[in-house]
Design a protein around this ligand. Structure first.
Ligand code: G6P
Length: 601
């Protein structure tokens, strides 16, 4: 959560504009408020902070207020400590207004660290935990330490996953510390340097990056200095670390809306090709991963949010296709399984961003027990990818809408392929998924969308929507509910069809909407029975199925995709969620209170 972009150039650069442009690319990380501080050529420091999305910021007014200059530091915020206000937006400053700090993550020992500062007379002007970093740096520098050393000493004291960048607005020196949350240095031409929490913050300007690893920091000299290469240090010891420049091949996908009104619908429509892209992998890598799955003693498949639902579906896929027992777990709960982890365990970590803190913590648990980690990840160079023993890319391209769609079906596709490969049937898996990709391509046409739009009009006033599924479509029912909740704010609840009679049926009244995911598999007869139970109580039954039925009040046709049914079943619900958001006047790309990349616990 929260996006950081810092620029340090020389000469006639327009640093605030570059930072603004980068922050707009990171808006998906947080969109409560934003701020930029810049230092102009005469050394004048200006700060602009606003509540709301940075996407709406007009570059001309930012330029008017901040001028141009060669150094700027910016942040887009997802509030943790302190409410949403300009005062709490970053950058935060020390008492003298000299040190500007932007920060991502949480300082867990905040109270403990703040109290002595207050006792020593430091004035806090915000409710953020970030601000204490500025005051500690102020104190250390007051004792004659350099910015770099002061930032290092503060970083050593912080508990919890975070990252911060501190800028001395007088010397224009910059120190960036990574304590579990990502920070990457971008090396442009002519001594132009960037620091960002995500490569997309500067990818339009340079593809040459230097990764700051955990518990390391980077120091950038002032813009007037001749040597513009950053230096790297261990936070603990202060020892110098050597780094290589890596050229990122990843393009990050097209980041415009390509003519669509919102990222969400653009990304839903991109599923015409992303399913095929997801399984476009080297056979040997898939076979190697499958071999590891087969031979592991205990396989755990772990993810958070939507990815967590995909993992739950994965448990069924491996059972149905490969007769292999894998355990799925929600990342934030994974630590409870630690007693079952050994050096023979394989953890499959599934994530779009590769930055979700619950998942990174889960990996730490697995690694502490010597387990091997295979990640399925969309963002190249992400913390997850770098921390894993092996990885497979989802190849979905940048996913910007907070609600995951194309990454979800890419994850499902790759897991299905792995299940087939584990069963020794890689070719069959490829054939099935390529057929599914072609069917999805046909399905995503304007007439299909219109039919779903009509359904959205019927459902827009609902207070609750129930979703049921069985077998592999049970987790998909839960995922459908997540999609509806986050985009339409309608209370939605997904559960196993068989559980209906154990409670939820009491909530069904005349007109209650219930989506039924009825795949053409072993569970079909039973799930249709559950649909009937809803209908008998006056419920409005929406069938997501290859064939129509008298039980359905509204039918959303999906291809008969066999083991790939989760992929085709979730897509109409994604489209429904999008249109419900529009009809209810909600921005489908940026649900309230949520962020795309959840880097706090
Ligand atoms: C957030 C996003 C979800 C995503 C989850 C896990 O909640 O809104 O779309 O499924 O985080 O994210 P990851 O990047 O690890 O897949």
């Amino acid at each position: 959560m929260c996006g950081i972009v810092v620029y340090s150039g020389r000469g006639r650069d327009d640093a605030p504009a570059l930072v603004l442009e980068g922050l707009k690319k990171l808006e998906y990380r947080g969109y409560d408020s934003w701020g930029i501080t810049s230092v102009d050529r005469k050394g004048r420091v200006s700060t602009l902070k606003r509540v709301g999305k940075i996407g709406g910021a007009d570059p001309r007014s930012v330029r008017k207020l901040l001028g141009s200059g060669s150094v700027a530091v910016g942040h887009t915020r997802w509030a943790t400590h302190g409410g949403i206000s300009e005062r709490n937006a970053h950058p935060q400053f020390d008492c003298a207004g000299r040190i500007a700090v932007v920060h991502n993550g949480i300082i867990e020992n905040y109270q403990e660290l703040k109290a002595p500062l207050v006792a020593r007379g430091h004035r806090f002007t915000s409710e953020t935990d970030t601000e204490l970093i500025t005051h500690y740096i102020e104190e250390y520098m007051g004792k004659g330490l350099s910015l770099q050393e002061a930032a290092r000493l503060v970083a050593r004291r912080l508990k919890g996953r975070s990252a911060f960048v501190a800028v001395d607005t007088r010397s224009c020196r910059i120190a960036a510390a990574r304590l579990g949350a990502p920070l990457i240095v971008g090396v442009g031409d002519k001594g132009r340097l960037f620091i960002s929490s995500d490569v997309s913050g500067f990818l339009d300007h340079t593809k040459r990056v230097m990764y700051i690893d955990d518990n390391e920091m980077a120091a950038l000299s002032g813009s007037g200095d001749r040597s513009r290469m950053p230096s790297f240090f261990e936070i603990g010891s202060g020892k110098r670390v050597r780094k290589r420049i890596i050229t990122v091949g990843w393009k990050g996908g097209t980041e415009s809306k390509s003519g669509y009104e919102h990222f969400l619908i653009k990304e839903i429509m991109e599923q015409k090709r992303t399913i095929a892209q997801a399984i476009n992998q080297d056979d040997w890598r898939i076979r190697q991963a499958a071999g590891r799955i087969r031979n592991a003693f205990g396989v755990f498949i772990v993810g958070a949010g939507t990815a967590g639902r995909v993992c739950a579906a994965g448990e069924y896929l491996f059972s149905d296709i490969a007769r292999k027992h894998v355990n799925s777990a929600v990342a934030s709960e994974f630590a409870s399984y630690r007693h079952y982890l050994t050096r023979k365990t394989l953890m499959i970590a599934v994530s779009q961003s590769g930055e979700t803190v619950d998942l990174l913590d889960a990996i730490d648990v697995a690694k502490s027990k010597g387990a091997r980690v295979l990640s399925l990840v969309n963002v190249f160079g992400s913390t997850l990818m770098r921390a894993s023993d092996d990885y497979l890319m989802l190849n979905a391209g940048a996913e910007k809408a907070v609600a995951s769609t194309k990454a979800t079906t890419a994850q499902l596709s790759l897991l299905t392929l792995l299940a087939y490969a584990t069963a020794g049937r890689l070719k069959d898996g490829k054939r099935l998924l390529l057929d599914t990709a072609a069917q999805v391509n046909d399905m995503l046409n304007p007439r299909y969308e219109d039919r779903i739009k009509r359904l959205a009009r019927k459902l827009k006033g609902q207070k609750d929507i129930f979703v049921i599924g069985r077998g592999v479509n049970y987790p998909m029912a839960e995922e459908a509910a997540i999609k509806l909740q986050e985009t339409s704010y309608i209370h939605a609840h997904g559960f196993a069809g068989g559980e209906l009679k154990h409670g939820p049926l009491a909530l069904v009244r005349k007109g209650s909407a219930c989506i039924v995911m009825a795949a053409n598999d072993d569970s079909k007869r039973e799930i249709m029975g559950n649909a009937m139970e809803v209908r008998a109580r006056g419920g409005y039954v929406i069938g997501v199925a290859p064939e129509n039925s008298d039980v359905f009040d509204y039918w959303l046709k999906v291809p008969d995709a066999g083991s790939a049914s989760p992929i085709v079943n979730i897509i109409p619900v994604q489209i429904l969620a999008y249109h419900l958001a529009l009809l209810r006047g909600i921005n489908p790309d940026y649900p309230r209170n949520l962020a795309k990349s959840v880097t706090v616990k």
